[in-house]
Design a protein around this ligand. Structure first.
Ligand SMILES: Cc1cc2nc3c(=O)[nH]c(=O)nc-3n(C[C@H](O)[C@H](O)[C@H](O)COP(=O)(O)OP(=O)(O)OC[C@H]3O[C@@H](n4cnc5c(N)ncnc54)[C@H](O)[C@@H]3O)c2cc1C
Length: 448
């Protein structure tokens, strides 16, 4: 009897914007092809819709409304929830960590897509890593919201003015999307919540943004960035340019000037530092056998990894220079999805003996919300600022949420936010997680 043909396996690592888009495209193009199996491995069993993460931190949107379970949006793929431990592109095997609670597995593949995204980069500052809050995961947003409410509770009854100032000062580091949107939302939350704390006046709270570069929101025109800065300053958010952080001990942030002739240092007293100043690929990517530069996987114009046929890298963890500027593409969700589409098309071509096509990308524009019903948008060459940019942001991003039920839930959250105050209940369920310790088990499940 002839041996049954083994199905070809496409393994996608990472369930973020790039991984999910790639799987969905492959599902659509391969249809009912019984000869190919699509497998995804990701640490979380959901896609996190990061553009709305700051609104979870500020309590405008409920926590679960911005996450889509992978099983509900990539139904045609076999899904493994787990953390990738090692990628062996020579043996075509990916190992997934085992823990005390779960068995480690080794998954063999024929084609591989690495879409493992990025993690917060602390640039080696251990004090910052230990004491700062971050804005990258759902847990980060929940922790920050709890922290803000806790600071208000403590400040309400604090009589020492110096301690009180530290409690009510919030410093956000990084003037990119994540930092600016977080600072705007933070101020909204503080202003809304302060009315429940009779001893905390609006003028008592302070939010600052520290940015090491001479401008905020890179990628936007100077005019739009200046508008954002002006609007945020009017709302009391102090944006300090050319200011880099050199340390944080949980009470004081050390800063130094980075501009010409502004090298002087100083300290800012705060109990809460939110670090959004950079990302770096996960360690799994950095220590893989795939060629990396600055930690990101170097890819060719087809998004393939040189030297390993059938291996692609997309999204934040991939490094490709924009031919127009000669500089690496910035890490955005829009770019991650565009790369995933090309990788899925090229994978399909590779399987069918077709011709691969190079990645080409033209950004449709960018948008950011900067707090209380204001935003900036640069779309198809048009610049919009203020309320209409904010309304556009909401429309566009709402339509991008991949599930109708979540879209409705977010819309309801926004509507409720117009008519009611924010909930200031502090949930003590989530604490800052200890570094995950993964135990290696003797028994490893081999998945062919
Ligand atoms: C607060 C915030 C706001 C943002 N706003 C915008 C915006 O408005 N517009 C925009 O275009 N971009 C925005 N971004 C950037 C955007 O989120 C990223 O560029 C985008 O998520 C990149 O997609 P990705 O698939 O490459 O990575 P990710 O979305 O990060 O996905 C990577 C996936 O891999 C998983 N993973 C990582 N390591 C492992 C491992 N070892 N094992 C298993 N799984 C692993 C992760 O859990 C995750 O599911 C924002 C980012 C943040 C943090």
């Amino acid at each position: 009897m002839p041996a049954r043909r083994r199905r070809k396996k496409v393994l996608v690592l990472g369930g973020g914007f790039a991984g999910v888009e790639c799987v969905r495209r492959l599902e659509a193009s391969l249809g009912r092809d019984g000869g190919v199996e699509i497998v995804m491995v990701s640490e979380d069993n959901f896609l996190l819709f990061t553009p709305m993460l700051p609104q979870v931190a500020s309590g405008t949107i409920e926590t679960r409304h911005i996450v889509m379970p992978i099983r509900t949006i990539c139904g045609g793929a076999t899904f493994y929830e787990g953390r990738v431990r090692n990628i062996d592109p020579h043996g075509k095997i990916v190992d997934v960590w085992g823990t005390g609670q779960r068995r480690g597995i080794s998954i063999h593949y024929d084609f591989l897509v690495v879409a493992l995204g990025s993690q917060t980069n602390f640039f080696g500052m251990s004090g910052v890593e230990k004491h700062a809050y971050t804005m990258k995961t759902l847990n980060d947003a929940v922790l920050l919201r709890n922290r803000v409410v806790d600071m208000l509770e403590q400040a309400e009854n604090e009589t020492d003015p110096i301690r009180r100032r530290g409690l009510l000062t919030f410093v956000v580091v990084g003037g990119g999307f994540a930092g600016i949107e977080t600072a705007g939302e933070l101020m909204d939350l503080l202003h809304d919540a302060a009315k429940h704390y009779p001893n905390v006046g609006r003028g008592d709270v302070s939010v600052s943004v520290l940015e090491a570069m001479p401008s905020i929101l890179p990628g936007f025109s100077g005019k739009l960035a200046a508008f954002a800065r002006q609007k945020m300053s009017e709302r009391g958010i102090d944006i300090r340019l050319n200011t880099a952080v050199s340390g944080f001990d949980g009470r004081e942030v050390e800063v130094r000037g980075t501009g010409e002739g502004e090298k002087e240092g100083g300290v800012i007293m705060t109990n809460t530092l939110v670090w959004t100043a950079g990302v770096t690929p996960p360690n799994t990517v950095k220590r893989s056998l795939l060629k990396t530069e600055g930690g990101r996987i170097v890819v060719d114009e087809n998004l393939g990894v040189p030297g390993f046929a059938g291996v692609f890298a997309v999204g934040d963890c991939a490094l490709l220079a924009d031919p127009r500027t000669g500089r690496p593409y910035p890490p955005t969700a829009q770019l991650a999805e565009a790369q995933a589409k090309t990788a899925a098309r090229n994978l399909h071509a590779l399987m069918r003996g077709g011709k691969m096509s190079p990645f080409s990308y033209k950004s449709r524009g960018q948008m950011a919300v900067i707090g209380k019903r204001a935003g900036i948008a640069s779309l198809f060459g048009f610049n919009i600022a203020g309320f209409w940019a904010w309304a556009l942001w909401r429309n566009v991003y709402l339509s991008k949420i991949p599930r109708a039920d979540k879209r409705i839930r977010v819309l309801l959250d926004w509507t409720i936010d117009v008519f009611f105050d924010r909930d200031i209940a502090r949930l003590k369920l989530v604490t800052k997680p200890a570094e995950l310790e993964y135990a290696e088990l003797d028994e490893v499940d081999d998945v062919w």
